[in-house]
Design a protein around this ligand. Structure first.
Ligand code: ZN
Length: 386
């Protein structure tokens, strides 16, 4: 199948995508083979409120890219839909005249219900499409809910499509929606009110902080007549060249480099508790107070890992409250990983419940974040690494 896929066989592609979506036997192997091919498409996220004309815009982008001889895939994501596999969307695109064109691949995806399933699933499907040699993948989302914003984060560049007279003003968009945009598209810009939408976007931008110097540009389009679509694609290319953001790595299956780093044990007093561990043959090699956690730590190396004793410096601290509620005992398990920042971002995107709001620096300069027990089977899990 991988051979047929790599040769661009669209029937093999459709089957491979289903295999990966359904997680059948052999799917992991297939994904591994796809990644090994090392092929990359530009992944363009297209998001925005319902009624913004995203579907028409996507169809126009497909037509324009096809006109240049590019092979284009569309992954339409609707977390609220119980349907998957593309029947409804396929009909839509067939009506737009791409039927029988092997240079266009269309797939719709719905929420699988599993935690983090959607973002991971979309990423995997994109990997398979890339293996089939498609140059561009348009990832279209139906609305601007939390799932859609997470999915938009999987793209290399994300378009936020707005229209005049949305009913709601730009200001009313939920937090996190504006931030996802690398490019703002004012669609249906032939309608009165386009100036006002653009002015509101610019006003919002003036308020926000922007990293790395890429100020999201505003592009006007009229998708129904394809006006501005060529320019939009040129701006997409410029945005990609500016290389604003690294693609999120959602590959949680990479087991290489994972190892048990330490066991964190909450104690009332390190001085009192360490005696037993010294009797066991361990030795405290490092003690440090981590101010922002209000905890004193002692590290006792044990083979490739360590015991970490944790003593609160204040009653009203994480460890202090743990002791009050549960008494002394195992507080957390720490696993050493590679790609800590990517994992934080990917887990956040996948809907994993995190117990840290960012990657932090703790004892010994180690970088870490915590995953909430609700997502790990009841164990507070610390991920540490570079
Ligand atoms: Zn720890």
């Amino acid at each position: 199948m991988l051979e047929r896929l790599a040769a661009g066989d669209v029937r093999a592609l459709a089957r491979a995508v289903s295999m990966v979506e359904d997680g059948v036997a052999g799917a992991a192997e297939l994904l591994y083979g796809c990644r090994a091919l090392g092929r990359h498409a530009r992944r363009v996220g297209v998001t925005g409120p319902p009624g913004a004309g995203k579907s028409t815009l996507v169809d126009r982008m497909v037509a324009t890219l096809r006109g240049k001889g590019e092979r284009v895939a569309v992954v339409a994501v609707d977390p609220s839909s119980p349907y998957t596999g593309g029947a409804l969307l396929g009909d839509r695109v067939r009506m737009q005249g791409f039927a029988g064109d092997s240079g266009v691949f269309v797939r719709s995806m719905a929420s699988r219900g599993a935690m983090g399933g959607l973002a991971r699933g979309v990423s995997d499907v994109c990997t398979v499409i890339e293996a089939a040699g498609f140059g561009t993948i348009l990832i279209e989302t139906v609305g601007v809910g939390q799932d859609e914003v997470s999915v938009a984060g999987l793209a290399d560049v994300t378009l936020l499509v707005l229209v005049p007279g949305m009913g709601d003003d730009v200001q009313s968009l939920k937090a996190g929606v504006m931030e996802v945009a690398d490019i703002f598209v004012v669609n249906k810009s032939d309608l009165s009110g386009a100036d006002r939408v653009e002015a509101e976007i610019l006003a919002m931008q003036g308020l926000g902080a922007h990293d790395e110097g890429w100020l999201p540009p505003v592009v006007r389009t009229v998708a129904s007549t394809a006006e501005g679509v060529g320019e939009l694609l040129a701006v997409v290319d410029r945005s990609l060249a500016a290389n604003k953001k690294p693609r999120l790595n959602t590959d949680f299956t990479d087991r290489h480099g994972l190892k048990l780093d330490h066991l964190g044990i909450a104690v009332k007093s390190i001085a009192a508790a360490k005696g037993f561990y010294e009797l066991l043959g361990l030795e405290v090699v490092h003690e440090e107070t981590v101010e922002h956690e209000r905890v004193k730590t002692a590290m006792l190396p044990m083979g490739e890992s360590r015991i970490e004793l944790l003593e609160p410096t204040e009653e009203d601290s994480t460890i202090g409250r743990f002791l009050a509620k549960r008494g002394e005992g195992l507080h957390h398990v720490a696993v050493r990983v590679t790609g800590l920042d990517e994992r934080f971002a990917a887990m956040q995107a996948a809907g994993v419940r995190l117990a840290s709001d960012c990657v932090r620096v703790g004892a010994g300069g180690h970088r870490y974040f915590f995953v909430h027990p609700a997502s790990t089977g009841g164990v507070l899990l610390e991920l540490v690494g570079k």
